[in-house]
Design a protein around this ligand. Sequence first.
Ligand code: GBH
Length: 483
Amino acid sequence: SLLVAACVGRKFPPGFKFGAATASYQVEGAWNVSDKSPSIWDTFTHDNPDLIADKSNGDVACDSYRLWETDIGLAKDLGLDFYRFSISWPRLLPNGHSNYVSEDGKRYYNNLINGLIENGIEPVVTLYHWDLPQKLQEFGGWTNPDLASSFEEYADVAFGLFGDRVKTWLTFNEPVSFCEISYEAGKTAPGVALPGIGNYICAKVVMLAHARAYRLYDTKFRAKYRGKVGLTNQHLWFEPKNSGEEENAELMRNLMALYSYPIYSKTGGWPPSVEKRIAEISAKQGYSRSRLPEFTPEEIEFIKGTYDFYGLNYYTSRLVETAKPGEKLTWFPLSGSSEFGLALTADPSWKAGLAWLVSYPPGFRRLLLWLKQQFGDIEFKIMENGYATSEPVMYDEERVNYYRDHLEQVLLAINEDKVFVTAYTAWSLIDNYEWTSGYTSRFGLVNVDFNDPNRKRTPRASAHYYAAVIKSHSLDLSQSRGY
Ligand code: GBH
C-alpha cells in the first residue's frame, strides 16, 4: 500500500493545468512600430543603458511581435494547456487613455489569441506587466491616485475586445516588484527613488486599480463572458536564521503579503503587524502620519474579496535575522527588510542559478500552506516558477532539477497539506529580456539566439522534460533529490 500511495502521489489531480509565461516588453520588440507609443521601459533603457547589465534594451527582444506564430508552435510542441502573455498598454492605447484604440494593437493581440485557441491552447492574459505608457508616467505613474481610473479604462477596453475568448485575466504582475524596485530603490523603470514613501503610495494605488478592474468585470462582463479575474503576487518564503527569530520571519512574510492582505484577508486592509510597525517607525521619525497610507473604511470594503483565485509567483527563499548595527542591507526583494532592520541571506546549501535566485524547494510548499492558513481554502494558480543560468546551456540539467524539485513540492502541498492548487506556469517559454539583467539571464525552456536576426528558437532539455510531465500528467521522482 505504501507503493500505491507513492504512485498516487506522483499524479497531478485531474483538471490540473500546465502553462508557460512571457511578458510583452520582455519578448515583443517592435517598440515603435505603427502607432505604438513608448512605455516607461523604452524610455528607461534608452536613457540609462549603463543601468542594464549588457547595456541592451527590448527594442527587438525575441521579436515575438513578428514571430508570434513560432511561439504558438513552441507552446503546442510542449503540450501546454495555457500560455500566459501580457498586453502592452501603449501598444493597445497609445495615448494611455481609451479615447484612441490602436488598430495595429488590436490586430496583434487578436491574432495571438485566435492562434492559441485554434491550437487548443488557452490564453491567460496579464494586463500590466510593468510597461506603463510613458505619457502616464508624466503624471506621476503609480504614485498618482488617478492612475487607478486610467487602469480601469484600459481594462474596460481589453475586457471588451478580448473577453469573449480570454477567460483568465490577471490585472497585475507582482506589484511588489514594480512598487519596491522602481519606486523605492529607483533601480528599474521609471527609475524614481522615493524610499519608504513612493513604494507605499504605489501599493495603495495599485490595490485600488486592481479592485476597480475586478468590479468593472463583475458589473459589465461577468454575466456574458464568465471568466475569472485575479492578480499575481510574488512571494519569497522566509525562515528565521536563528532560533528565537520566528517573529521576524513572520513579519517579513506579512510584509510580502502587503499586496494580498487587502484583497484576500477576511478583514481587508493592510496586514496588521506591518501596518502597526510602519506607523510606529514613521512616528519615531517625526512624520505626522504613517508613510504607509491608510485606507478609508469604504476603500477597505471596495478592495476586499476582489478575486476569483490567488495568483502566485515563487522563485526563492531567504533566511531572516536582526541586522547588526550599521550592516548594509540588500534591497531585494523589498524595502521593509531595511525598514525593520532585518538582514536577508540564503543558506549556503541552497543551489544558486543567479545571485538572487537560490533554489530552496521546501520553501514553496511551506509558502503555499502559509497562504492557505492566512487566506483560507481558496483556489491557487501558480503563475510563475522557474530557474535561470547566466550562460545559454542547452543540456540544462540544473533547470530540469529545479522544475522537478519544485513540482514535487506542489504535489506535496496538494496531497499532504490539501492546498487547492489548479495550475502551474513555467517562467519562461523562451529566453527573453530580463529587465536590468538584459539578455544575460536565461530563463527559457527554449533557447533564443539573440545574435541571429531571426531570433532562432531551440528547445532545451528542460523543454523536453516539461513536455513529458505535461503528457503523463505526473512526476517521475526516480531522480528526485529528496527534499
Ligand atoms: C518575475 O520577477 C517577473 O514577473 C518576470 O518578468 C521576470 O522575468 C521573472 O520573475 C524572473 O526575474 O539581480 O538582485 O537586481 C521576479 C522579480 C525582478 C527578481 C528583478 C530579480 C533582479 C534582482 N525579479 N530582480 S537583482
